[in-house]
Design a protein around this ligand. Structure first.
Ligand SMILES: [Ca+2]
Length: 430
């Protein structure tokens, strides 16, 4: 009996064990069911198979245009029985106008409905990945083992909001996601005495994975001409779900749009976050200082501008109009968060019940041409009789006065009638 060939054959078989199928079926969308849809996936709204794939020949394109808010756009995978683990996936965020692109692990109860009390595990595509034309690799951890109502899990994606376009490919289940560094939203606090020249940059760094992230280092890459202190921040080890803030002082005048990039490192794992420093300003208020003016006496129009961006702004040009008169003024330079008030003085030439005042502000990009209008009453500059010391009511040709020793209500006579009313209070100084 010759056992050798048989043993050799068994050895060969043992050396190449069959790779177990990933619990997430058809995660690369390569198998198409009759009708052209990817097998094992349910499609919601406008979803189609496309050739712009991360791997293989197929990816899915989710498109949202004018769908009402209650109509969903997305995909649902089959129920899987792994109640903890992770989703590994690739996405390319083509566009997102007021839309958020989410990947979910959805917990499902025994009746097949998402009514377990456990929240979904969610991944939101970072805004700075939208429109960059690249495939991005991401992982999402989930663990529903503490909720006994959860019996299965669905891998899903949703485009939420008004409009957007997202490509998805290569979904798979992970038993362990490992370390998963995340850089949170970057915030910028201006130094109160040096806005636009010094600020504190803050960002939370998180380990969204299921293994500790060792020796986490975080670096802020400042825009050209600015300096960040310290150069590198060492956060130590981050346990799963730990979140630690990092902060830098950023010095140097910010006078042009730029971007801040924060990168976190732990071994081979890396995460980045980005914040745009932009010019943004607006007209906060506009109008006459007093709603009533008099012929031949100065009338002041005033507008308040505010810098809502993160960089210094050259002052916008402001055009004031009063009736047919107009005046151009240039606002002062504005630091981030600062407001400036711009004024123009006009002298009304004739009476008017409703004279139009208008404003047009134009300046650096980041603000909008603003065209607010208001109106003002221009009355007669009638001299008033001296105040009385007793209660009296009198009407003469030029005005009507009701007064006592403390207070007087005056209606001057204008070309368009009596009014508006003026209340005059006697002060201690007389
Ligand atoms: Ca594919």
């Amino acid at each position: 009996m010759n056992l050798l060939p048989l043993l050799a054959g068994l050895a060969c078989f043992a050396a190449e064990p069959a790779v177990p199928a990933n619990p997430c079926a058809n995660g690369s969308f390569e198998q198409l069911a009759p009708g052209g849809f990817p097998a094992a996936w349910a499609l919601l709204g406008k979803v189609e198979v496309v050739g712009d794939a991360h791997s293989g020949k197929h990816a899915l394109r989710l498109l949202r245009t004018t769908e009402p808010p209650d109509r969903e756009t997305g995909i649902n995978g089959r129920n899987i029985d792994r109640l903890r683990g992770g989703i590994d996936f690739y996405y390319k965020a083509v566009a997102a106008k007021d839309a958020v692109l989410h990947i979910y692990a959805i917990p499902i109860a025994a009746d097949g409905i998402e009514r377990t009390g456990a929240p979904r595990a969610a991944f939101a595509v970072p805004k700075d990945h939208v429109g960059d034309g690249k495939w991005h690799h991401a992982r999402l951890k989930y663990d529903f083992t503490k909720n006994s109502k959860v019996k299965t899990v669905i891998f899903a994606a949703r485009l939420e909001g008004t409009s957007g376009e997202l490509l998805l490919d290569d979904f798979s289940y992970l038993d362990r996601v490992g370390t998963l560094l995340r850089v949170g939203n970057i915030a910028l606090d201006e130094a109160p005495k040096q806005p636009g020249r010094r600020c504190i940059v803050r960002v939370p760094v998180e380990n969204g994975g299921d293994e500790p992230a060792k020796d986490v280092r975080v670096v802020l890459a400042p825009p050209r001409g600015l300096t960040a202190h310290p150069t590198e921040i060492r956060l130590g080890d981050l346990a799963p779900d730990a979140k630690i803030p990092a902060a830098w002082t950023l010095d140097g005048e910010r006078f042009r749009p730029a971007a801040l990039t924060v990168s976190a490192f732990s071994g081979q794992d890396k995460a980045t976050g980005r914040m745009e420093l932009t010019a943004k300003w607006e007209v906060r208020s506009f109008g006459p200082v007093s709603p009533v003016a008099m012929v031949g006496q100065p009338l002041v129009l005033e507008c308040e501008l505010v810098n809502r961006g993160q960089i210094m702004l050259e002052g916008p040009t402001v055009k004031f109009a009063f009736g047919r008169q107009s005046a151009m003024r240039k606002a002062e330079r504005m630091a981030p968060g600062q407001t400036v008030v711009v004024r123009a003085t006009f002298v009304p030439r004739e009476q008017s019940f409703c004279e139009t005042t208008a404003l047009e502000a134009d300046g650096p990009s980041g603000g909008e041409n603003y065209l607010p209008t208001d109106s003002v009453v221009v009355g007669a500059a009638t001299p008033l009789p001296p105040p009385g010391a007793t209660l009296s009511a009198a009407v003469n040709g030029d005005c009507a006065v009701l007064e006592n020793e403390h207070l007087r209500l005056v209606f001057r006579r204008n070309a368009f009638g009596y009014g508006p009313g003026e209340i005059v209070v006697k002060t201690r100084s007389g």
